[in-house]
Ligand binder design. Structure first.
Ligand code: RIB
Length: 348
């Protein structure tokens, strides 16, 4: 009985099995797989026939593991439904595709358990490296990855660790640009829509308050409208809360932590026949393509999304392939205010 059980599930054929079946060396099988044009047609046919008979499948991952260089890298983002991240992914793919690598795209959905599960999976897959926009301060978890030989570059988050690369945008400046613009258009009752879970959003809020201070205004005058997510639906709910205030206390301008929120606020205000910008001015953040295409083209703080992705991927490949030459960098891009109709209304 024991003998029969032993063969119930035949182990996958190895390169050695193919060599024995074809009557050639392991090296010749490897040549047929990797450099077929240097093998004579007769030998090549014998080896291919043995591969067919044994059902041999090459194991790229195992091959690269022996070399310690996988041909994949992981990209972990917060919300795949947010065009900000698909634009960043485009930039990553532009760089990795040119290097012959594939990207394993992981969506944490803002869920810590999912983020950790993906990081475990990527480590098991022995990826070349991981690009991640972490949900919170994942420094300990990311350091463990690095200790296990997996390169990690933080994306859209500035690393406080000089021994790690990061690529981000100066979100504090981004918040200042948005509020400075609204103050210059005469607004004094301004609402900030966005949660406080993300470092990026907290920095935008602090920059917004700094702009009020710089203009001699009270930072606490910035009305906080906290949202559980940074989505269009959360923006619609925020619009209802803004309109729920008595008119004399109601904000005359709204700065949203990202464009999805701003598009939701625009929808919520419009449904209540509130005119943007004449009744309430509106500014978003990211400048995704939908911002310019909105029913009222949206003023937004532009992030260089594809450049963020390209730069992060370049740093990761440099660190993975030339560790002896690599110097860790914390690259920070400046955002840019793109003014459109949604905020173009000067208060008297
Ligand atoms: O994921 C939420 C936001 O954080 C995105 O819209 C982008 O602004 C990123 O920085």
């Amino acid at each position: 009985m024991e003998a029969r059980d032993r063969h119930l599930t035949r182990p996958a054929a190895s390169v050695r099995d193919v060599a024995i079946r074809a009557g050639v060396s392991v090296g010749t099988v490897s040549n047929v797989l990797n450099k077929p044009d240097i093998v004579t047609p007769t030998t090549r046919s014998r080896v291919l026939a043995a591969i067919q008979e044994l059902g041999f499948v090459r194991n790229d991952a195992a091959r690269h593991l022996r070399r310690g260089r996988g041909r994949t890298l992981g990209l972990v983002v917060l919300d795949v439904a947010n065009p900000f991240f698909t634009d960043v992914a485009k930039g990553v793919e532009y760089t990795t595709g040119r290097a012959g690598l594939a990207v394993i795209f992981c969506n944490s959905d803002g869920d810590l358990a999912k983020e950790n599960a993906y990081l475990d999976l990527l480590e098991e897959q022995r990826v070349r490296g991981v690009l991640i926009t972490p949900i919170d301060d994942a420094s300990e978890r990311l350091q463990r990855l690095r200790d296990h030989g997996v390169c990690v570059v933080m994306l859209d988050r500035t690393s406080t660790n000089a021994d790690a690369c990061s690529v981000s945008v100066d979100d504090h400046l981004g918040g200042q640009l948005a509020i400075r613009h609204l103050i210059e258009n005469g607004h004094r009752r301004i609402a900030f829509v966005g949660g406080s879970a993300l470092q990026q959003v907290r920095d935008r809020h602090r920059g917004a308050q700094q702009a009020l201070v710089d203009a001699g205004l009270e930072p606490r005058s910035l009305q906080r409208v906290d949202t559980p997510t940074l989505t269009v639906a959360a923006g619609r709910d925020a619009a209802a809360r803004i309109l729920g205030l008595p008119r004399q206390a109601r904000a005359t301008a709204v700065f949203c932590a990202n464009d999805l929120l701003a598009l939701g606020v625009l929808q919520g205000l419009t449904r209540q026949r509130v005119r943007v910008p004449d009744d309430i001015a509106l500014v978003g953040y990211d400048d995704i393509d939908f911002a310019a295409a909105a029913a009222v083209p949206l003023t937004s703080v532009r992030q260089p999304r594809q450049r963020l992705g390209q730069t992060a991927a370049t740093l990761l490949l440099e660190e993975a392939d030339k560790p002896e030459e690599h110097q860790h960098q914390q690259v920070v891009f400046d955002p840019e205010l793109v003014v459109r109709e949604s905020s173009l209304h000067r208060l008297p």
